[in-house]
Design a protein around this ligand. Structure first.
Ligand SMILES: Nc1nc2c(c(=O)[nH]1)N[C@H]1C(S)=C(S)[C@@H](COP(=O)(O)O)O[C@H]1N2
Ligand SMILES: [Mo]
Length: 393
C-alpha cells in the first residue's frame, strides 16, 4: 500500500478503537452453536438452522443480522461513527488530490445524500471450499466452508457512483481501491497491509452501494459499521467492510487481493493464474442437516435455496436417488438477480436406508451446476452439485 493510502486509511479520525470482539474469534456478536459453525476468525451460517424442529422456516428471504455469516481477515474493529470519515483521493479525481488533501465525507454527509435500497447476497469466494476435499478428494488450504458462507440482506446507503461524482471523478479514471479500517492482514510474518481490493470504475458506477444500513438498521460492527461496500453478484471480498480510504486512479491499481489472492491457479487455468475473479457461481443448498434422519414411508417437504452471481435462477431440480433421476422443484420466490430463490420438493422415502439428496440450479443465462467443480489451488468458486446424505428409518 502506498504511504499515502496508508495514511488515509489508518491515520487520525476513523481509527479503530480498543478491540471489543471475542478474544478467540475477534467477532463482536454472539455466535450460538445452533446458528453458526466457527472457523477461526470467521463464522459460517448453519443451513439446518433455517428450519425449526417441526420443519418450519425460521428465516425469511433475508438473513437476520444476528444470524448472518461473518468473514473477517483479522478482527472486527469498533469505529466511532461521529469521528469516521470516508476519504477519496487519487489521479482519477479532479485536481488529483493526494491522501493528505483527500475529499472527505462524514456519516451525516452520506445520510444527507439520496438513499438507495437494494437486496443483495454477500457470498465468500471460498463458500463450498470444503467440498473440494470432501467430495473431490482435492486438498486446498483456507477456511473449509460448507455452504454457509453466504447470506442475503436488504442494504440501504448511497450509490458509490454518487459519491465518486461528488468527489470529482474524471473520465480518465479506471480503478477504485477501497480499503478497510480493520487491522493489517499478516500471515506467516508477511504484512499484506489493510484489506483492500481494486474495483473497475465501470462496476463501481453500475450498481455498487456504499451501505450504512442492513435490514433496516444501522450496520453493526461485524458487518462493516459505519459503512461498507456492497458489490452485487461479485465475490464477497469486493464488498469491503469498514471502508475508510478510497483511491481513485487513472491507471490500473493492484493489491495482494487482486494479484495473489482471489485468482484461479492450477491445471485448468491460464499459466500465471486467471484474471481476478469477479462474479459468483451457481449454487444450491438444502435447509436440512447433513445426515438428517427422516421417517421412511412418509412424505417430507424438503426446502432449499439456489442462487447465481450472473442472473436470476431459472429452475431447480432435485434428485433423491444419487443423481440418476431429476425432478423439478417448486420455486417459492419470484427469482431475482443478486438474490436467492427459495424452493421446495416433496419426497417420500419408501424404504429405510441411506439416501443421497442433490439439488441443481440453472440461471437465466444457462449457467448451471456441474457434477464436479474445476479445481483451483485456493478452492474458490465451488459450483458443483453438493451431495447431501440423509437416512430414512
Ligand atoms: N475490511 C474488510 N472487508 C472485508 C473483509 C475483511 O476481512 N476486511 N472480508 C471480505 C470477505 S472475504 C467477505 S466474504 C465479506 C464478508 O462479509 P460479512 O462478514 O458481512 O458476511 O466481507 C469482505 N469485506
Ligand atoms: Mo470472502
Amino acid at each position: 500500500m502506498s504511504s499515502d493510502a496508508q495514511r488515509a486509511a489508518g491515520g487520525g479520525a476513523g481509527r479503530a478503537e480498543e478491540a471489543a470482539g471475542s478474544p478467540t474469534t475477534g467477532i463482536v456478536k454472539p455466535l450460538p452453536a445452533e446458528w453458526f459453525v466457527p472457523h477461526g476468525t470467521n463464522a459460517e451460517m448453519r443451513w439446518d438452522a433455517l428450519r425449526d424442529a417441526d420443519g418450519r422456516s425460521t428465516v425469511g428471504r433475508h438473513v437476520p443480522v444476528e444470524r448472518f455469516f461473518v468473514r473477517n481477515h483479522t478482527r472486527t474493529p469498533l469505529i466511532d461513527p461521529a469521528a469516521w470519515r470516508l476519504r477519496l483521493f487519487g489521479s482519477g479525481l479532479r485536481g488529483a488530490p493526494t491522501a493528505g488533501r483527500a475529499v472527505e465525507f462524514g456519516l451525516d454527509d452520506l445520510r444527507g445524500l439520496p438513499a438507495t435500497r437494494i437486496d443483495a447476497l454477500i457470498e465468500c469466494a471460498g463458500n463450498g471450499r470444503g467440498f473440494f476435499a470432501g467430495q473431490q478428494h482435492q486438498a486446498v488450504p483456507g477456511t473449509p466452508w460448507t455452504l454457509g458462507g453466504v447470506g442475503s440482506a436488504e442494504w440501504r446507503g448511497v450509490r458509490l457512483a454518487e459519491v465518486l461524482r461528488l468527489a470529482g471523478l474524471t473520465p480518465e479514471a479506471v480503478d477504485v481501491l477501497p480499503s478497510g479500517l480493520d487491522p493489517e492482514y499478516t500471515v506467516g510474518g508477511v504484512d499484506f497491509g489493510r484489506v483492500r481490493r481494486p474495483l473497475p470504475v465501470a462496476k463501481a458506477l453500475d450498481d455498487v452501494l456504499l451501505a450504512y444500513e442492513m435490514n433496516g438498521e444501522p450496520l453493526t460492527p461485524d458487518h462493516g459499521a459505519p459503512a461498507r461496500l456492497v458489490v452485487p453478484g461479485w465475490v464477497g471480498i469486493a464488498s469491503i467492510k469498514w471502508v475508510g480510504a478510497v483511491e481513485v486512479a487513472d491507471r490500473p491499481l493492484h493489491s495482494p487481493w487482486n494479484t495473489d489472492f482471489y485468482r484461479l491457479f492450477g491445471p485448468g487455468h491460464p499459466v500465471g493464474g486467471s484474471a481476478p475473479i469477479t462474479g459468483q457461481a451457481v449454487k444450491s443448498a438444502f435447509e436440512l442437516a447433513r445426515d438428517a434422519v427422516l421417517d421412511a414411508g412418509r412424505t417430507h417437504r424438503l426446502h432449499g435455496r439456489s442462487w447465481s452471481g450472473a442472473a436470476p435462477v431459472r429452475g431447480v431440480e432435485v434428485s433423491t436417488d444419487g443423481g440418476r433421476r431429476w425432478h423439478r422443484a417448486e420455486l417459492r420466490d419470484e427469482p431475482r438477480r443478486d438474490e436467492w430463490t427459495r424452493w421446495s420438493f416433496d419426497w417420500r422415502p419408501d424404504r429405510p436406508g441411506r439416501y443421497e439428496l442433490r439439488a441443481r440450479a440453472t440461471d437465466r443465462l444457462g449457467g448451471t451446476q456441474p457434477e464436479a467443480a474445476v479445481f483451483n489451488r485456493e478452492g474458490y468458486l465451488f459450483d458443483a452439485v453438493v451431495v447431501h446424505p440423509v437416512t430414512a428409518v
